[in-house]
Design a protein around this ligand. Structure first.
Ligand code: PEP
Length: 252
């Protein structure tokens, strides 16, 4: 049985003050979230504050990106070891905003996944098609290619230590959600692709849905057999919305 995970992606939002209020709110309601794990992936500069506030709570935390390099002359980058030092369990890898705004290739995403795994972090590997690709009917080709790059680099054993997030680019931050059926179809495709390599890994793999998941659509999405929770952008910035998604994903 896969325990659902609901991970917040704060993106580049917040101040020390608003982060404190948000974390206080999430902590206050976390005990009522049964059956799902909660995590927040925050801007690097908030990691110390998050570690101080969430240590000992049931809520995990992580970064939103990492360098594929362990150290050195890489101005602006942050290594896996640095994230670990601040207590991170997770790191988002290959978010569509990194792929499009920072030109991250499938190969680079695979290298970052490997770097995270080598350090002992759990990468949340994002895959997903653009609207144009969906309309061209190549969703599975795109998602399959993105997944295969990671599989080729870390193998199915490595992928078994990752979380995968299916995030249709056209649904991210747009208020336009994939229907539960559309999402389930791609999630089932991802699981089948992994199963072709290793059935046990596929069975245990958490596949999150991301793209305008909100309190009012989370239960229906998470009820699908291959949807194991969500990667939440906008709604993760409102404690009650994030908690409501967590409760829905956990079936309570
Ligand atoms: C995301 O950025 O990963 C995301 C899913 O954003 P939103 O929930 O705002 O669509």
């Amino acid at each position: 049985m896969r325990k659902p995970l609901v991970a917040g992606n704060w993106k580049m939002n917040g101040t020390r003050e608003s982060a404190r209020t948000l974390l206080d709110g999430i902590k206050a309601g976390a005990m009522a979230v049964n059956g799902a794990e909660l995590a927040v992936c925050v801007p690097f500069v908030f990691l110390q504050q998050v570690q101080e506030m969430l240590a000992g709570s049931p809520i995990a935390w992580g970064g939103q990106d990492l360098s594929k390099e362990p150290k050195g002359a890489f101005t602006g980058d942050v290594s896996a070891a640095m994230l670990l030092e601040f207590g991170c369990r997770y790191v988002i890898v290959g978010h569509s905003e990194r792929r499009t705004l920072h030109g991250e290739s499938d190969a680079e995403v695979a290298e970052k996944t490997a770097a995270a795994l080598e350090a002992g972090l759990t990468p949340i590997v994002c895959v997903g098609e653009t609207l144009e690709e969906r309309e061209q009917g190549v969703t599975n080709d795109v998602v399959g290619r993105q997944l295969d790059a990671v599989l080729a680099r870390v193998g199915s054993a490595g992928l078994g230590r990752c979380v995968v997030a299916y995030e249709p680019v056209w649904a991210i931050g747009t208020g336009r959600t994939a229907t539960p059926e559309q999402a389930q179809e791609v999630h089932a495709f991802i699981r089948a692709r992994v199963a072709a390599d290793d059935a046990a890994v596929a069975e245990g793999l958490k596949i999150l849905y991301g793209g305008s998941m909100k309190p009012d659509n989370a239960a229906e999405l998470c009820a699908k057999p291959d949807i194991d929770g969500g990667l939440i952008g906008g709604a993760s910035l409102v404690a009650e919305d994030f908690l409501a998604i967590g409760r829905a994903a956990g079936g309570n």
